[in-house]
Design a protein around this ligand. Structure first.
Ligand SMILES: C[S@@+](CC[C@H](N)C(=O)[O-])C[C@H]1O[C@@H](n2cnc3c(N)ncnc32)[C@H](O)[C@@H]1O
Length: 256
């Protein structure tokens, strides 16, 4: 079982860049339950199939990727974004949220853009997990997910579904485009280049190698002088091709 379990984790790492270092016994039990629920008797037959079936691999990725997100999380980044756009001579801005999880981040970007009167922009949300992208497209959220959103904005952009759920209004939903892609797939470059990329709370799951690979991809995805926003826990030691922007408490990298 240990050899098989290690191989499953290696395969998952190769696909996503994500490493698991802690609580491996709990993870092992979780994975065991996952394939037993799918009627696999043992680890080896599951491993064989996951190598062959893209559909099974996707199910497994959906199961193992951690996707919690919130509206208005680390709002200093959005305030910086607004300042930069106000200073910019460009007419049109392209913004990418990768990973976007269930949409809270790209919709927060949208709210900031609209609240500041910006009209010409494109927002794309990308994630490897198809389940969370379905939620992003439906845009129905629990109270907890919107709890940082100021009340006036909550009323303007979302409506009550029931006591504990809010739905983003349809006209705003249409303003963000969602795509299912893996950061490490060549297809990512079909998105073109962006002025701003939000990649918050992804590097936290990566080892140094994956972090460098991800920075290489984001460097290509950004225009010259474009910005990359990382979460406060997304520690990066070296940042080739970027300079750090000094903003207390915020991790912002600028493409040089
Ligand atoms: C914790 S969420 C972060 C969401 C949002 N950026 C935030 O800060 O609230 C992490 C997301 O990364 C996604 N993810 C993990 N590996 C990925 C990869 N290789 N390509 C694209 N998305 C990935 C997961 O599916 C998950 O939805």
């Amino acid at each position: 079982m240990n050899r098989c379990f290690d191989e499953i984790l290696r395969l998952f790492y190769k696909e996503t860049g994500i490493v698991f270092e802690n609580k491996l016994q709990i993870l092992k039990k979780k994975i065991e339950k996952f394939y037993k629920d799918l009627d696999y008797k043992g680890c080896d037959s599951f491993l064989d199939d996951i190598k062959k079936s893209k559909e099974l691999l996707q199910k497994f990725i959906n199961f193992l990727t951690v996707s919690e997100s919130f509206f208005f999380r680390e709002k200093g980044h959005f305030e910086f974004l607004v300042e930069e756009i106000k200073k910019s001579v460009k007419q049109n801005h392209r913004l990418l949220s990768l990973p976007c999880s269930s949409g809270e981040e790209p919709y927060t970007i949208l709210i900031y853009m609209l609240e500041n009167g910006f009209k010409n922009f494109e927002i794309i949300g990308v994630d490897i997990n198809t389940k969370v992208l379905e939620i992003a497209k439906k845009a129905i959220y629990t109270k907890r997910r919107v709890s940082l959103l100021p009340n006036d904005l909550l009323k303007r952009y979302l409506s009550n579904v029931d006591n504990s759920h809010y739905a983003l209004k349809d006209r705003y939903k249409k303003m963000v485009c969602f795509k299912h892609l893996n950061l490490f797939d060549q297809e990512i470059y079909s998105l073109g280049q962006f002025d701003f990329v939000f990649s918050r709370n992804l590097f936290i799951y990566f080892d140094d190698y994956s972090k460098l690979e991800a920075l290489r991809v984001f460097h290509k995805l950004l225009v010259q002088g474009g910005y990359l926003f990382l979460g406060h826990a997304d520690i990066v030691k070296v940042t080739p091709g970027f300079e750090r922007v000094y903003r207390p408490g915020l991790q912002i990298l600028k493409k040089i």
